[in-house]
Design a protein around this ligand. Structure first.
Ligand code: DMJ
Length: 554
Protein backbone atom coordinates (compact mmCIF):
# COMPACT_ATOMS: atom_id res chain seq x y z
CA UNK A 1 0.00 0.00 0.00
CA UNK A 2 1.25 3.47 -0.83
CA UNK A 3 1.92 5.50 2.32
CA UNK A 4 0.79 9.05 2.95
CA UNK A 5 4.31 10.40 3.37
CA UNK A 6 5.29 8.87 0.04
CA UNK A 7 2.78 11.02 -1.78
CA UNK A 8 3.74 14.26 -3.47
CA UNK A 9 2.05 17.48 -2.28
CA UNK A 10 -0.36 17.54 -5.19
CA UNK A 11 -1.43 13.95 -4.59
CA UNK A 12 -2.04 14.25 -0.85
CA UNK A 13 -5.56 15.33 -1.53
CA UNK A 14 -6.19 11.93 -2.96
CA UNK A 15 -4.78 10.10 0.07
CA UNK A 16 -8.13 8.80 1.14
CA UNK A 17 -8.72 7.47 -2.31
CA UNK A 18 -5.28 5.88 -2.31
CA UNK A 19 -5.88 4.21 1.01
CA UNK A 20 -9.14 2.71 -0.18
CA UNK A 21 -8.02 1.85 -3.71
CA UNK A 22 -7.04 -1.70 -2.76
CA UNK A 23 -10.42 -2.31 -1.11
CA UNK A 24 -12.24 -0.96 -4.12
CA UNK A 25 -10.21 -3.15 -6.44
CA UNK A 26 -10.97 -6.18 -4.29
CA UNK A 27 -14.68 -5.38 -4.42
CA UNK A 28 -14.44 -5.08 -8.18
CA UNK A 29 -12.78 -8.49 -8.35
CA UNK A 30 -15.37 -10.21 -6.17
CA UNK A 31 -18.31 -8.64 -7.98
CA UNK A 32 -16.98 -10.05 -11.26
CA UNK A 33 -15.74 -13.34 -9.80
CA UNK A 34 -18.87 -14.18 -7.81
CA UNK A 35 -21.05 -13.28 -10.77
CA UNK A 36 -19.05 -15.70 -12.90
CA UNK A 37 -19.26 -18.47 -10.32
CA UNK A 38 -22.95 -17.95 -9.63
CA UNK A 39 -24.09 -17.56 -13.22
CA UNK A 40 -21.53 -18.86 -15.68
CA UNK A 41 -19.31 -21.61 -14.22
CA UNK A 42 -18.42 -24.13 -15.71
CA UNK A 43 -18.55 -22.18 -18.97
CA UNK A 44 -15.46 -20.28 -20.09
CA UNK A 45 -16.86 -16.81 -19.63
CA UNK A 46 -19.60 -14.80 -18.00
CA UNK A 47 -22.05 -12.90 -20.20
CA UNK A 48 -22.60 -9.88 -17.98
CA UNK A 49 -25.70 -8.48 -19.71
CA UNK A 50 -27.74 -11.68 -19.87
CA UNK A 51 -26.20 -13.03 -16.70
CA UNK A 52 -25.31 -16.46 -18.01
CA UNK A 53 -22.28 -18.24 -19.38
CA UNK A 54 -20.70 -19.22 -22.68
CA UNK A 55 -17.74 -21.20 -23.94
CA UNK A 56 -15.38 -19.05 -25.95
CA UNK A 57 -11.74 -20.16 -26.20
CA UNK A 58 -12.37 -23.83 -25.40
CA UNK A 59 -14.54 -25.48 -22.85
CA UNK A 60 -12.42 -25.53 -19.76
CA UNK A 61 -13.87 -23.03 -17.29
CA UNK A 62 -11.36 -20.57 -18.63
CA UNK A 63 -12.27 -17.67 -16.35
CA UNK A 64 -11.73 -19.79 -13.24
CA UNK A 65 -8.32 -21.01 -14.42
CA UNK A 66 -7.32 -17.48 -15.42
CA UNK A 67 -8.52 -15.98 -12.12
CA UNK A 68 -6.94 -18.58 -9.84
CA UNK A 69 -3.65 -16.82 -9.08
CA UNK A 70 -5.40 -13.46 -8.72
CA UNK A 71 -7.16 -14.96 -5.68
CA UNK A 72 -3.79 -15.42 -4.04
CA UNK A 73 -2.57 -12.00 -5.15
CA UNK A 74 -5.53 -10.56 -3.24
CA UNK A 75 -4.65 -12.74 -0.26
CA UNK A 76 -7.52 -15.24 -0.46
CA UNK A 77 -5.75 -18.51 0.31
CA UNK A 78 -8.84 -20.54 1.20
CA UNK A 79 -10.64 -19.78 -2.05
CA UNK A 80 -7.44 -20.46 -3.98
CA UNK A 81 -7.27 -23.91 -2.34
CA UNK A 82 -10.94 -24.62 -3.01
CA UNK A 83 -10.71 -23.64 -6.66
CA UNK A 84 -7.44 -25.49 -7.25
CA UNK A 85 -9.18 -28.70 -6.09
CA UNK A 86 -12.36 -27.92 -7.99
CA UNK A 87 -10.43 -27.49 -11.24
CA UNK A 88 -8.65 -30.81 -10.72
CA UNK A 89 -12.03 -32.50 -10.36
CA UNK A 90 -13.87 -30.78 -13.18
CA UNK A 91 -11.56 -29.75 -16.01
CA UNK A 92 -10.86 -32.22 -18.78
CA UNK A 93 -8.66 -31.47 -21.77
CA UNK A 94 -9.63 -34.66 -23.60
CA UNK A 95 -12.32 -32.86 -25.51
CA UNK A 96 -13.25 -32.55 -29.14
CA UNK A 97 -12.72 -28.80 -29.30
CA UNK A 98 -10.75 -26.64 -31.70
CA UNK A 99 -8.68 -24.39 -29.49
CA UNK A 100 -6.34 -21.50 -30.13
CA UNK A 101 -2.80 -22.70 -29.49
CA UNK A 102 -1.77 -19.22 -28.35
CA UNK A 103 -4.71 -18.51 -26.04
CA UNK A 104 -4.65 -21.97 -24.49
CA UNK A 105 -0.99 -21.56 -23.75
CA UNK A 106 -1.05 -18.08 -22.22
CA UNK A 107 -4.30 -18.48 -20.26
CA UNK A 108 -4.54 -22.19 -19.39
CA UNK A 109 -0.97 -23.48 -19.36
CA UNK A 110 0.30 -20.17 -17.93
CA UNK A 111 -2.49 -19.96 -15.35
CA UNK A 112 -2.01 -23.52 -14.12
CA UNK A 113 1.78 -23.27 -14.02
CA UNK A 114 1.62 -20.07 -12.05
CA UNK A 115 -0.91 -21.51 -9.60
CA UNK A 116 1.26 -24.61 -9.25
CA UNK A 117 4.27 -22.49 -8.33
CA UNK A 118 2.23 -20.42 -5.87
CA UNK A 119 0.59 -23.45 -4.27
CA UNK A 120 3.05 -23.53 -1.36
CA UNK A 121 2.50 -19.90 -0.52
CA UNK A 122 -1.24 -20.53 -0.79
CA UNK A 123 -0.96 -23.11 2.00
CA UNK A 124 -1.86 -26.11 -0.14
CA UNK A 125 -0.69 -29.52 0.83
CA UNK A 126 2.32 -30.16 -1.37
CA UNK A 127 3.42 -33.45 -2.90
CA UNK A 128 6.91 -34.60 -1.99
CA UNK A 129 9.24 -33.17 -4.58
CA UNK A 130 7.09 -30.10 -5.33
CA UNK A 131 7.55 -28.02 -7.47
CA UNK A 132 8.85 -30.83 -9.70
CA UNK A 133 5.50 -32.56 -9.36
CA UNK A 134 1.98 -31.71 -8.32
CA UNK A 135 -1.57 -31.92 -9.62
CA UNK A 136 -1.65 -28.43 -11.14
CA UNK A 137 1.66 -29.09 -12.90
CA UNK A 138 0.20 -32.29 -14.33
CA UNK A 139 -2.81 -30.35 -15.58
CA UNK A 140 -0.56 -27.71 -17.19
CA UNK A 141 1.49 -30.45 -18.82
CA UNK A 142 -1.63 -32.21 -20.01
CA UNK A 143 -2.94 -29.03 -21.62
CA UNK A 144 0.43 -28.21 -23.19
CA UNK A 145 0.76 -31.72 -24.65
CA UNK A 146 -2.51 -31.15 -26.47
CA UNK A 147 -0.84 -28.19 -28.19
CA UNK A 148 2.30 -30.01 -29.32
CA UNK A 149 0.82 -31.47 -32.57
CA UNK A 150 0.51 -27.89 -33.82
CA UNK A 151 4.31 -27.58 -33.71
CA UNK A 152 4.94 -30.64 -35.84
CA UNK A 153 5.44 -28.69 -39.03
CA UNK A 154 8.39 -28.64 -41.44
CA UNK A 155 9.39 -25.19 -40.20
CA UNK A 156 8.69 -25.73 -36.50
CA UNK A 157 6.33 -22.75 -36.54
CA UNK A 158 2.96 -23.82 -35.11
CA UNK A 159 -0.50 -23.81 -36.60
CA UNK A 160 -2.83 -21.35 -34.90
CA UNK A 161 -5.52 -23.86 -33.99
CA UNK A 162 -5.46 -27.44 -32.81
CA UNK A 163 -8.19 -29.90 -31.95
CA UNK A 164 -7.55 -31.03 -28.39
CA UNK A 165 -8.65 -34.58 -29.17
CA UNK A 166 -7.65 -35.13 -32.80
CA UNK A 167 -4.68 -32.81 -33.36
CA UNK A 168 -4.41 -30.43 -36.31
CA UNK A 169 -7.24 -30.70 -38.80
CA UNK A 170 -6.12 -31.53 -42.37
CA UNK A 171 -8.05 -28.46 -43.50
CA UNK A 172 -6.45 -26.12 -40.98
CA UNK A 173 -5.10 -22.86 -42.41
CA UNK A 174 -1.31 -22.60 -42.29
CA UNK A 175 -1.54 -18.85 -41.68
CA UNK A 176 -0.62 -17.91 -38.09
CA UNK A 177 -0.08 -14.50 -36.56
CA UNK A 178 3.41 -13.61 -35.41
CA UNK A 179 2.50 -13.67 -31.73
CA UNK A 180 0.92 -17.08 -32.34
CA UNK A 181 4.35 -18.36 -33.37
CA UNK A 182 6.54 -16.63 -30.82
CA UNK A 183 4.67 -16.61 -27.50
CA UNK A 184 5.57 -19.93 -25.88
CA UNK A 185 9.06 -19.78 -24.45
CA UNK A 186 8.10 -18.70 -20.92
CA UNK A 187 5.53 -21.41 -20.28
CA UNK A 188 7.20 -24.13 -22.33
CA UNK A 189 10.68 -23.61 -20.84
CA UNK A 190 9.24 -23.60 -17.31
CA UNK A 191 7.30 -26.77 -18.07
CA UNK A 192 10.36 -28.51 -19.50
CA UNK A 193 12.56 -27.56 -16.57
CA UNK A 194 9.96 -28.72 -14.02
CA UNK A 195 8.98 -31.96 -15.71
CA UNK A 196 12.36 -32.88 -17.16
CA UNK A 197 10.84 -33.26 -20.63
CA UNK A 198 12.72 -30.96 -23.03
CA UNK A 199 10.10 -31.32 -25.79
CA UNK A 200 8.23 -28.17 -24.81
CA UNK A 201 11.21 -25.84 -24.61
CA UNK A 202 12.67 -27.30 -27.80
CA UNK A 203 9.42 -26.69 -29.66
CA UNK A 204 9.24 -23.08 -28.48
CA UNK A 205 12.89 -22.41 -29.37
CA UNK A 206 12.58 -24.01 -32.80
CA UNK A 207 9.59 -21.79 -33.58
CA UNK A 208 11.44 -18.69 -32.37
CA UNK A 209 14.51 -19.43 -34.46
CA UNK A 210 12.42 -20.12 -37.56
CA UNK A 211 10.55 -16.85 -37.12
CA UNK A 212 13.76 -14.92 -36.61
CA UNK A 213 15.05 -16.12 -39.98
CA UNK A 214 12.03 -14.71 -41.78
CA UNK A 215 12.66 -11.05 -40.84
CA UNK A 216 12.98 -8.62 -43.71
CA UNK A 217 16.20 -7.02 -44.92
CA UNK A 218 15.39 -3.98 -42.80
CA UNK A 219 14.92 -6.17 -39.74
CA UNK A 220 11.13 -6.20 -39.33
CA UNK A 221 8.51 -8.92 -39.14
CA UNK A 222 4.97 -8.75 -40.48
CA UNK A 223 1.66 -9.66 -38.93
CA UNK A 224 0.69 -13.08 -40.33
CA UNK A 225 2.90 -15.76 -41.83
CA UNK A 226 2.27 -18.97 -43.75
CA UNK A 227 4.04 -21.41 -41.46
CA UNK A 228 4.53 -23.95 -44.24
CA UNK A 229 5.92 -21.74 -47.02
CA UNK A 230 7.41 -19.12 -44.64
CA UNK A 231 5.82 -16.39 -46.76
CA UNK A 232 4.50 -13.28 -45.03
CA UNK A 233 0.81 -13.02 -45.77
CA UNK A 234 0.16 -9.76 -43.88
CA UNK A 235 3.17 -7.48 -44.16
CA UNK A 236 2.32 -4.75 -41.66
CA UNK A 237 5.06 -4.38 -39.09
CA UNK A 238 4.28 -2.86 -35.71
CA UNK A 239 4.13 -3.61 -32.01
CA UNK A 240 0.40 -4.23 -31.57
CA UNK A 241 -2.22 -6.82 -32.43
CA UNK A 242 -0.84 -10.02 -33.91
CA UNK A 243 2.76 -9.27 -32.94
CA UNK A 244 2.87 -7.76 -29.41
CA UNK A 245 3.67 -10.70 -27.16
CA UNK A 246 6.34 -12.05 -29.54
CA UNK A 247 8.52 -9.09 -28.57
CA UNK A 248 7.39 -9.37 -24.95
CA UNK A 249 8.55 -13.01 -24.78
CA UNK A 250 11.95 -12.25 -26.29
CA UNK A 251 12.59 -9.75 -23.49
CA UNK A 252 11.02 -11.73 -20.67
CA UNK A 253 12.48 -14.99 -21.98
CA UNK A 254 15.92 -13.35 -21.98
CA UNK A 255 15.43 -12.25 -18.37
CA UNK A 256 13.84 -15.42 -17.05
CA UNK A 257 16.22 -17.81 -18.78
CA UNK A 258 19.27 -15.52 -18.74
CA UNK A 259 19.34 -16.11 -22.47
CA UNK A 260 21.58 -13.98 -24.62
CA UNK A 261 20.21 -15.30 -27.92
CA UNK A 262 16.72 -14.01 -27.11
CA UNK A 263 18.04 -10.66 -25.93
CA UNK A 264 20.08 -10.23 -29.11
CA UNK A 265 17.03 -10.98 -31.22
CA UNK A 266 14.98 -8.39 -29.37
CA UNK A 267 17.67 -5.74 -29.53
CA UNK A 268 17.98 -6.14 -33.28
CA UNK A 269 14.20 -5.86 -33.67
CA UNK A 270 14.06 -2.91 -31.32
CA UNK A 271 16.57 -1.01 -33.40
CA UNK A 272 14.49 -1.55 -36.55
CA UNK A 273 11.27 -0.69 -34.68
CA UNK A 274 12.76 2.56 -33.38
CA UNK A 275 14.16 3.44 -36.84
CA UNK A 276 11.11 2.73 -38.92
CA UNK A 277 7.98 2.80 -36.80
CA UNK A 278 8.52 5.40 -34.07
CA UNK A 279 7.33 8.97 -34.67
CA UNK A 280 7.05 11.47 -31.80
CA UNK A 281 7.05 8.55 -29.35
CA UNK A 282 4.08 6.93 -31.07
CA UNK A 283 4.58 3.65 -32.88
CA UNK A 284 2.97 3.32 -36.31
CA UNK A 285 2.50 0.39 -38.63
CA UNK A 286 4.84 0.18 -41.60
CA UNK A 287 5.40 -2.10 -44.56
CA UNK A 288 7.91 -4.69 -43.34
CA UNK A 289 10.16 -4.59 -46.43
CA UNK A 290 10.09 -0.90 -47.28
CA UNK A 291 9.46 0.79 -43.96
CA UNK A 292 6.75 3.01 -45.47
CA UNK A 293 3.81 3.87 -43.18
CA UNK A 294 0.83 1.60 -43.81
CA UNK A 295 -1.40 2.56 -40.84
CA UNK A 296 -0.85 5.67 -38.67
CA UNK A 297 -2.80 4.05 -35.89
CA UNK A 298 -2.27 3.39 -32.18
CA UNK A 299 -3.88 0.15 -30.96
CA UNK A 300 -4.78 -0.41 -27.33
CA UNK A 301 -2.81 -3.66 -27.32
CA UNK A 302 0.35 -1.61 -27.90
CA UNK A 303 0.07 -0.04 -24.48
CA UNK A 304 2.21 -2.84 -22.96
CA UNK A 305 5.23 -1.36 -24.73
CA UNK A 306 6.27 1.35 -22.22
CA UNK A 307 6.25 -1.29 -19.46
CA UNK A 308 8.37 -3.62 -21.55
CA UNK A 309 10.78 -0.82 -22.40
CA UNK A 310 11.12 -0.01 -18.71
CA UNK A 311 12.29 -3.60 -18.10
CA UNK A 312 15.17 -2.82 -20.43
CA UNK A 313 15.96 0.49 -18.78
CA UNK A 314 14.72 2.65 -21.66
CA UNK A 315 12.82 4.82 -19.25
CA UNK A 316 12.81 8.18 -20.98
CA UNK A 317 11.15 7.01 -24.13
CA UNK A 318 8.86 4.69 -22.13
CA UNK A 319 7.63 7.66 -20.10
CA UNK A 320 6.99 9.79 -23.18
CA UNK A 321 5.14 7.00 -24.98
CA UNK A 322 3.05 6.35 -21.88
CA UNK A 323 2.05 10.03 -21.83
CA UNK A 324 0.83 9.75 -25.43
CA UNK A 325 -1.26 6.72 -24.58
CA UNK A 326 -2.57 8.22 -21.36
CA UNK A 327 -3.76 11.27 -23.30
CA UNK A 328 -5.92 8.92 -25.38
CA UNK A 329 -7.28 7.31 -22.21
CA UNK A 330 -8.21 10.74 -20.86
CA UNK A 331 -9.93 11.68 -24.11
CA UNK A 332 -12.24 8.66 -23.98
CA UNK A 333 -12.18 7.32 -20.43
CA UNK A 334 -10.61 4.12 -21.77
CA UNK A 335 -8.44 3.03 -24.68
CA UNK A 336 -10.28 2.46 -27.94
CA UNK A 337 -9.05 -0.58 -29.83
CA UNK A 338 -7.74 1.69 -32.63
CA UNK A 339 -6.93 5.40 -32.49
CA UNK A 340 -6.01 7.36 -35.61
CA UNK A 341 -3.00 9.46 -34.68
CA UNK A 342 -3.36 12.12 -37.43
CA UNK A 343 -7.09 12.52 -36.79
CA UNK A 344 -6.83 12.30 -33.02
CA UNK A 345 -9.94 10.11 -32.93
CA UNK A 346 -11.23 6.55 -32.88
CA UNK A 347 -11.26 4.37 -35.99
CA UNK A 348 -14.54 3.12 -37.47
CA UNK A 349 -15.67 -0.21 -35.94
CA UNK A 350 -12.77 -0.16 -33.49
CA UNK A 351 -14.26 2.12 -30.86
CA UNK A 352 -14.55 -0.54 -28.18
CA UNK A 353 -12.66 -1.09 -24.90
CA UNK A 354 -12.94 -4.74 -23.81
CA UNK A 355 -11.46 -3.93 -20.37
CA UNK A 356 -7.91 -4.63 -21.48
CA UNK A 357 -5.01 -4.41 -19.03
CA UNK A 358 -2.10 -3.08 -21.10
CA UNK A 359 -2.00 0.58 -20.03
CA UNK A 360 -2.45 -0.37 -16.37
CA UNK A 361 0.32 -2.96 -16.77
CA UNK A 362 2.69 -0.27 -18.06
CA UNK A 363 1.62 2.06 -15.25
CA UNK A 364 2.55 -0.62 -12.73
CA UNK A 365 6.06 -1.02 -14.12
CA UNK A 366 6.61 2.70 -14.55
CA UNK A 367 5.40 3.55 -11.05
CA UNK A 368 7.81 0.98 -9.67
CA UNK A 369 10.63 2.39 -11.79
CA UNK A 370 10.00 6.11 -11.22
CA UNK A 371 7.74 6.58 -8.19
CA UNK A 372 5.88 9.21 -10.23
CA UNK A 373 2.25 9.58 -9.12
CA UNK A 374 1.05 10.10 -12.67
CA UNK A 375 0.86 6.32 -12.79
CA UNK A 376 -1.32 6.10 -9.69
CA UNK A 377 -3.56 8.71 -11.26
CA UNK A 378 -4.03 6.43 -14.25
CA UNK A 379 -4.99 3.71 -11.75
CA UNK A 380 -7.65 5.94 -10.17
CA UNK A 381 -8.93 6.90 -13.62
CA UNK A 382 -9.18 3.25 -14.66
CA UNK A 383 -10.99 2.31 -11.46
CA UNK A 384 -13.50 5.13 -11.86
CA UNK A 385 -14.09 4.54 -15.58
CA UNK A 386 -14.60 0.81 -15.28
CA UNK A 387 -16.98 1.21 -12.33
CA UNK A 388 -18.92 3.95 -14.05
CA UNK A 389 -19.09 2.65 -17.61
CA UNK A 390 -18.75 -1.12 -17.49
CA UNK A 391 -20.33 -2.32 -14.22
CA UNK A 392 -23.56 -4.26 -14.55
CA UNK A 393 -25.65 -6.03 -11.89
CA UNK A 394 -23.92 -9.19 -13.04
CA UNK A 395 -20.24 -8.36 -13.53
CA UNK A 396 -18.38 -5.99 -15.85
CA UNK A 397 -19.09 -5.74 -19.55
CA UNK A 398 -16.77 -4.99 -22.44
CA UNK A 399 -17.39 -1.50 -23.75
CA UNK A 400 -18.60 -1.74 -27.32
CA UNK A 401 -18.21 1.95 -28.07
CA UNK A 402 -16.36 4.44 -25.89
CA UNK A 403 -18.22 7.34 -27.50
CA UNK A 404 -21.66 6.40 -26.23
CA UNK A 405 -20.79 3.72 -23.65
CA UNK A 406 -22.79 0.97 -25.32
CA UNK A 407 -21.84 -2.39 -23.84
CA UNK A 408 -21.13 -5.85 -25.22
CA UNK A 409 -22.38 -9.02 -23.56
CA UNK A 410 -18.89 -10.26 -22.77
CA UNK A 411 -16.44 -10.29 -19.86
CA UNK A 412 -13.12 -11.67 -21.11
CA UNK A 413 -11.17 -13.81 -18.66
CA UNK A 414 -8.20 -11.41 -18.85
CA UNK A 415 -10.25 -8.88 -16.88
CA UNK A 416 -9.80 -11.06 -13.78
CA UNK A 417 -6.39 -12.46 -14.71
CA UNK A 418 -4.73 -9.23 -15.75
CA UNK A 419 -6.64 -5.97 -15.51
CA UNK A 420 -7.60 -6.32 -11.87
CA UNK A 421 -4.32 -7.96 -10.90
CA UNK A 422 -2.18 -5.18 -12.40
CA UNK A 423 -4.46 -2.54 -10.91
CA UNK A 424 -4.08 -4.10 -7.47
CA UNK A 425 -0.31 -4.45 -7.84
CA UNK A 426 -0.01 -0.84 -9.02
CA UNK A 427 -1.30 0.30 -5.62
CA UNK A 428 0.75 -2.20 -3.65
CA UNK A 429 4.44 -1.69 -4.49
CA UNK A 430 5.59 -3.93 -1.63
CA UNK A 431 3.56 -6.92 -2.77
CA UNK A 432 5.59 -10.13 -2.81
CA UNK A 433 5.20 -10.37 -6.57
CA UNK A 434 7.29 -7.23 -6.97
CA UNK A 435 10.33 -8.58 -5.24
CA UNK A 436 9.57 -11.09 -2.56
CA UNK A 437 11.96 -12.75 -0.20
CA UNK A 438 13.57 -10.80 2.55
CA UNK A 439 12.89 -7.49 0.86
CA UNK A 440 9.23 -8.21 0.32
CA UNK A 441 7.15 -10.02 2.88
CA UNK A 442 10.04 -12.16 4.09
CA UNK A 443 8.33 -15.32 3.04
CA UNK A 444 9.88 -17.96 0.81
CA UNK A 445 9.92 -21.71 0.61
CA UNK A 446 12.26 -24.54 -0.07
CA UNK A 447 11.37 -26.94 -2.82
CA UNK A 448 12.66 -29.43 -5.29
CA UNK A 449 13.79 -33.00 -4.92
CA UNK A 450 15.50 -33.01 -1.55
CA UNK A 451 14.88 -29.31 -0.92
CA UNK A 452 17.32 -28.16 -3.56
CA UNK A 453 15.95 -24.75 -4.23
CA UNK A 454 14.47 -21.64 -2.69
CA UNK A 455 11.28 -20.30 -4.19
CA UNK A 456 9.61 -16.93 -3.88
CA UNK A 457 12.73 -15.08 -2.83
CA UNK A 458 13.25 -12.98 -5.92
CA UNK A 459 11.38 -11.22 -8.70
CA UNK A 460 8.66 -12.86 -10.73
CA UNK A 461 8.20 -12.75 -14.49
CA UNK A 462 4.64 -12.21 -15.65
CA UNK A 463 3.57 -14.12 -18.71
CA UNK A 464 1.51 -12.16 -21.22
CA UNK A 465 -1.69 -13.06 -19.35
CA UNK A 466 -0.17 -11.68 -16.10
CA UNK A 467 0.49 -15.10 -14.61
CA UNK A 468 3.60 -14.77 -12.44
CA UNK A 469 6.36 -17.33 -12.93
CA UNK A 470 9.17 -17.72 -10.42
CA UNK A 471 12.50 -17.97 -12.27
CA UNK A 472 14.04 -19.78 -9.28
CA UNK A 473 11.82 -22.76 -10.08
CA UNK A 474 13.87 -23.33 -13.23
CA UNK A 475 16.65 -24.67 -11.04
CA UNK A 476 14.64 -26.81 -8.67
CA UNK A 477 14.23 -30.09 -10.41
CA UNK A 478 17.00 -32.62 -10.49
CA UNK A 479 15.92 -33.97 -13.82
CA UNK A 480 16.88 -30.61 -15.24
CA UNK A 481 19.86 -30.16 -12.94
CA UNK A 482 21.14 -33.55 -14.07
CA UNK A 483 20.89 -32.56 -17.74
CA UNK A 484 22.70 -29.41 -16.84
CA UNK A 485 25.50 -31.39 -15.22
CA UNK A 486 25.79 -33.70 -18.20
CA UNK A 487 25.99 -30.74 -20.58
CA UNK A 488 28.60 -29.18 -18.38
CA UNK A 489 30.66 -32.40 -18.43
CA UNK A 490 30.48 -32.54 -22.21
CA UNK A 491 31.51 -28.91 -22.57
CA UNK A 492 34.37 -29.36 -20.14
CA UNK A 493 35.59 -32.43 -22.00
CA UNK A 494 35.48 -30.55 -25.30
CA UNK A 495 37.55 -27.77 -23.82
CA UNK A 496 40.36 -30.19 -22.81
CA UNK A 497 43.41 -29.24 -24.95
CA UNK A 498 43.97 -32.85 -26.13
CA UNK A 499 40.28 -33.34 -26.80
CA UNK A 500 40.19 -36.16 -24.23
CA UNK A 501 36.84 -36.60 -22.72
CA UNK A 502 36.41 -36.93 -19.01
CA UNK A 503 34.60 -40.06 -17.94
CA UNK A 504 30.92 -39.33 -17.46
CA UNK A 505 29.89 -38.65 -13.90
CA UNK A 506 28.69 -41.78 -12.13
CA UNK A 507 25.13 -40.99 -11.31
CA UNK A 508 24.95 -43.31 -8.35
CA UNK A 509 27.87 -41.60 -6.69
CA UNK A 510 27.34 -38.04 -7.86
CA UNK A 511 24.00 -36.66 -6.81
CA UNK A 512 22.47 -34.02 -9.06
CA UNK A 513 24.30 -30.77 -8.46
CA UNK A 514 22.91 -28.26 -6.12
CA UNK A 515 22.21 -25.16 -8.22
CA UNK A 516 24.55 -23.17 -6.05
CA UNK A 517 27.36 -25.65 -6.82
CA UNK A 518 27.17 -24.80 -10.45
CA UNK A 519 28.44 -21.31 -9.83
CA UNK A 520 31.15 -22.32 -7.36
CA UNK A 521 34.64 -21.96 -8.78
CA UNK A 522 36.71 -25.13 -8.99
CA UNK A 523 40.48 -24.89 -8.38
CA UNK A 524 42.10 -23.36 -11.45
CA UNK A 525 38.75 -22.47 -13.01
CA UNK A 526 38.30 -18.88 -14.26
CA UNK A 527 35.13 -16.96 -13.64
CA UNK A 528 33.42 -15.90 -16.87
CA UNK A 529 30.95 -13.07 -16.58
CA UNK A 530 27.31 -14.08 -16.76
CA UNK A 531 25.53 -13.15 -19.95
CA UNK A 532 23.13 -10.94 -18.09
CA UNK A 533 23.72 -9.68 -14.63
CA UNK A 534 21.59 -8.04 -12.01
CA UNK A 535 23.79 -6.09 -9.58
CA UNK A 536 22.17 -5.55 -6.23
CA UNK A 537 19.97 -2.45 -6.15
CA UNK A 538 17.98 -0.83 -3.40
CA UNK A 539 14.51 -2.28 -3.23
CA UNK A 540 12.84 0.78 -4.72
CA UNK A 541 14.90 0.48 -7.85
CA UNK A 542 14.37 -3.23 -8.24
CA UNK A 543 11.69 -2.98 -10.83
CA UNK A 544 13.58 -0.72 -13.02
CA UNK A 545 15.90 -3.48 -12.52
CA UNK A 546 15.45 -5.25 -15.21
CA UNK A 547 16.11 -2.01 -16.92
CA UNK A 548 18.85 -0.13 -15.29
CA UNK A 549 20.47 -3.08 -13.79
CA UNK A 550 20.33 -5.50 -16.56
CA UNK A 551 23.63 -5.17 -18.30
CA UNK A 552 24.80 -7.04 -21.28
CA UNK A 553 28.35 -8.06 -20.50
CA UNK A 554 29.20 -9.49 -23.87
C1 DMJ B 1 -4.50 -10.99 -23.14
O1 DMJ B 1 -5.05 -12.22 -23.42
C2 DMJ B 1 -3.01 -11.02 -23.28
O2 DMJ B 1 -2.46 -9.91 -22.63
C3 DMJ B 1 -2.56 -11.02 -24.71
O3 DMJ B 1 -1.17 -10.94 -24.84
C4 DMJ B 1 -3.18 -9.85 -25.43
N1 DMJ B 1 -4.59 -9.78 -25.27
C5 DMJ B 1 -5.16 -9.93 -23.96
C6 DMJ B 1 -5.34 -8.66 -23.17
O4 DMJ B 1 -5.62 -7.55 -23.88
Amino acid sequence: MVLFNELSEDCRGCFLTVSTASDRIKSMFYHAYNSYLDNAFPYDELRPLTCDGQDTWGSFSLTLIDALDTLLVLGNRTEFQRVASLLQDTVDFDIDVNASVFETNIRVVGGLLSAHLLAGRAGMELEPGWPCSGPLLRMAEDAARKLLPAFQTPTGMPYGTVNLLHGVSPTETPVTCTAGVGTFILEFAMLSRLTGDPTFENAARRALRALWKTRSDIGLVGNHIDILSKKWVAQDAGIGAGVDSYFEYLVKGAIMLQDEELLNMFQAYDQAIQNYTRFDDWYLWVQMHKGTVSMPVFQSLEAFWPGLQSLLGNLDSAVRTFQNYYSVWRQFGGLPEFYSIPQGYTVDKREGYPLRPELIESAMYLFRATGDHTYLQLGFDALESIERIAKTPCGYASVKDLRDHQLDNRMESFFLAETIKYLYLLFDPTHFLHGGGTEGDGSWEEGGDGGQCVLGAGGFIFNTEAHPLDPAALYCCSRHAQDHQELRDILLSLSQPDGRSKPPAKQTEDPPPNPSDSIALKPGEKRTPPLLSCPVQPFNARLSIFGQVFTDNT
